[in-house]
Ligand binder design. Structure first.
Ligand SMILES: [Cu+2]
Length: 153
């Protein structure tokens, strides 16, 4: 019984740590879930630059659509592409200012070195307006964010 109790405690601690970090991969988030490659309907190319802008800064997708978002860093600084609600992005950006070395590894985010590209496969399950932002310290605050409109325009 004691051993089982300890194991359960560790499992809870691990789950809590994961949730604190970024939520588990595959979990449904307010803006959707990790996509399946075979279901992707199209590729959307997004460029990130040192002017602290995403190009395009607005993406439209259908409700339930799975897309392949290919983010390319055309700048000389490191940038990130993180999907979320604006509240989440702002909260997360504040955390990044305290822990600038924090790295991001989850289905809805990518840290991209200068000259490199990364692919995010995502299914936008629910209609609504969501956002993407760069969480390198100071970038979101400088205006490095974009909008995803899911569903009717
Ligand atoms: Cu950036």
């Amino acid at each position: 019984m004691r051993i089982a109790g300890v194991a359960a405690g560790l499992a809870i601690a691990a789950a809590a740590t994961g949730a604190w970090a970024h939520g588990e991969s595959g979990e449904a988030l307010p803006f959707g879930r990790a996509g399946v490659a075979s279901k992707a309907t199209r590729t959307i190319a997004v460029s990130m630059g040192d002017a602290m802008r995403f190009d395009p800064a607005e993406i439209h997708v259908r409700t339930g659509e799975t897309v392949r978002i290919v983010v390319r860093n055309d700048g000389k600084l490191r940038h990130e592409f993180v999907l979320g609600t604006m509240d989440e992005l702002r909260e997360h950006a504040a955390m990044m200012r305290r822990m600038p070395e924090m790295e991001h590894h989850d289905a809805h985010m990518a840290t991209v070195e200068p000259g490199a590209s990364a692919t995010i496969l995502w299914q936008f399950a629910k209609p609504g307006t969501f956002h993407y932002g760069c969480l390198e310290p100071g970038h979101l605050e400088a205006g490095m964010s974009g909008t995803v409109i899911v569903g009717a325009r």
